[in-house]
Design a binder for this molecule. Structure first.
Ligand code: GAP
Length: 480
């Protein structure tokens, strides 16, 4: 099969991910749920390695970047102050016959949230099912929930002046009896909360806590990895655009004068991380600078790194200049002082923030896509994941040449135990013939397969086979 065709490549990756235990559909036995995925034994290893590498590069190797792990649910005023309640929206259109909803900008084929422009572009378009479309409207992507014992209850408030009032969650529904009139108003429900749409929120609210406890001076950063939730109108492209995902974010707090150089530093940091730490081919990366129409409500400048996913070049990692937008708004809404006092200049000001933000599942898809190869070997096609050895879920697979020879199995177990103690991520594989085992290990990206045969019993050497070259060498066990 040729993987030149983008959909075939995506299908091949989705199939490999399921077949080999990287990614499963969430609640698959119930038909799944759009935009939600589970990670299997190999997927979770790869996710953990990506997060560990990012944490090492951002936090452990730095002197002035500190980690936090905030709650997913915060006081909803945080999201009012951050502008997400009013501004975290996507333009949406609806199929007027079957009610299916779509991103208006995707159907129009432009990166824009301008409703006038979208209305004009979509006026003669039909839905993917061939039906008329509604006018585009704005849709807030934050996911809601309720906390507390009366959470989300439905209450009949009574009838007053022939109007029946029902409170449902944070909506007040008024039905004028004897007419067709129904009115829905948003009310202030104190038990309504949001699942965080980005991890950055609790970094901003903890800025003074971290500064004080770590005695941090500008510039300093706060990093966080964790789940974020977005009610995406059209989740798509496997794990690329989902409704629940993990982010790795870092906010770097600076003096306003240092915006340009800090922005440039973190932009280049992201590129270097992908190439040097994850081994991604630079040919698969490109820059994309946001124009004013495309930028998030908090950003004064934004550069994305686009990766060549099977569906085309798309956003992988964003660097944003968030200015003092977040801290100023938190100061305004909470009434708490967000100023920084620079004793050298006797200066008091609200720091600016440069943000580096990337999704872990999107990074995992990029890594799988970058590593995926179909190669002809001796007239046969093999599928191989050429992952950087440090990222491979397993570094070694250990096999006895024949699984019905107890002396080979016992020796192979010995080698397995030694390697497991030394490296941890080692797989025992005695299923099928050696050729099948090699194919299976190629598919999951195991760099080295170690086979124990009769010579091993004589001279304590093994055959080690290299995933990328398929070459086999004889080496002493103690050299592994
Ligand atoms: N705090 C800034 C922020 O959240 P963003 O561009 O909305 O910025 C940052 O998201 C990164 O999070 C993206 O570059 C992408 O890697 C990931 N991401 C965003 N939405 C996603 C989704 N629906 N599914 C998977 N990953 C997503």
């Amino acid at each position: 099969m040729s993987t030149e065709n983008k959909n075939e490549k995506m299908e091949a990756i989705v199939s490999l991910a399921k077949r080999r235990g990287f990614v499963f559909q969430a609640s698959e036995i119930y038909g799944g749920l759009a935009g939600f995925w589970d990670y299997g034994p190999l997927g979770v290893e790869l996710l953990n390695k990506l997060k560990a590498e990012w944490w090492r590069a951002v936090v452990t190797e730095s002197d002035n970047i500190f980690g936090v792990d905030g709650a997913i649910i915060q006081n909803p005023r945080l999201w009012e102050a951050s502008g997400h309640v009013a501004g975290f929206t996507d333009p949406m259109v609806e199929d007027t016959v079957n009610g299916k909803r779509y991103r208006a900008d995707h159907l129009a084929g432009i990166d824009s949230t301008d409703l006038v422009e979208l209305t004009e572009l979509l006026k003669d378009k039909k839905s993917p099912d061939g039906n008329p479309l509604s006018e585009p409207r704005i849709f807030n992507m934050m996911m809601k929930s309720w906390v507390g014992p009366t959470a989300g209850d439905i209450k009949i408030k009574g009838v007053n002046n022939n109007v029946l009032k029902i409170e449902a969650g944070d909506a007040l529904i008024e039905v004028a009896t004897g007419t067709d009139e129904v009115k829905v108003t948003r009310i202030n429900d104190p038990s309504a909360v949001y699942l965080r749409p980005e991890t950055a929120g609790s970094i901003f609210t903890n800025y003074q806590n971290v500064r004080e406890t770590m005695r941090a001076k500008l510039p300093f950063g706060i990093a966080q990895t964790g789940k974020a939730f977005r009610n995406e109108i059209s989740p798509r492209d496997f794990i690329f655009r989902v409704r629940e995902f993990e982010q790795m974010e870092m906010q770097y707090f600076i003096k306003p004068d240092n915006q340009a150089e800090t922005y440039e530093y973190w932009r280049q940091f992201a590129w270097k991380f992908l190439v040097e730490r994850l081994g991604i081919d630079e040919e698969n990366l490109q820059w994309h600078e946001h124009d004013a129409n495309e930028r998030a409500h908090y950003a004064a400048a934004a550069h994305d790194i686009y990766f060549k996913f099977p569906q085309g070049f798309k956003e992988l990692w964003g660097t944003h200049n968030r200015t003092d937008f977040d801290l100023s708004n938190h100061q305004r809404v909470s009434g708490k002082d967000m100023n920084y006092f620079e004793s050298a200049d006797e200066e008091r000001f609200i720091p600016y923030v440069i943000e580096s933000s990337v999704g872990v599942s999107r990074m995992l898809l990029a890594v799988l896509s970058d590593a995926y190869r179909e190669e002809e070997i001796n007239g046969e096609t093999r599928v191989v994941l050429k992952l950087k050895p440090e990222l491979a879920p397993y570094l070694y697979a250990v096999s006895p040449l024949l699984k019905n020879k107890p002396e080979l199995v016992a020796k192979a177990r010995e080698v397995y135990d030694v390697l497991k103690k030394k490296h941890g991520n080692v797989m025992w594989d005695d299923n099928g013939n050696i050729g099948k085992r090699y194919r299976r290990q190629d598919e999951i990206g195991t760099p080295y397969c170690v086979v124990i045969d009769f010579d091993t019993l004589e001279d304590d050497t093994v055959t080690i086979r290299d995933r990328d070259t398929t070459e086999q060498k004889r080496v002493a066990i103690k050299e592994l």
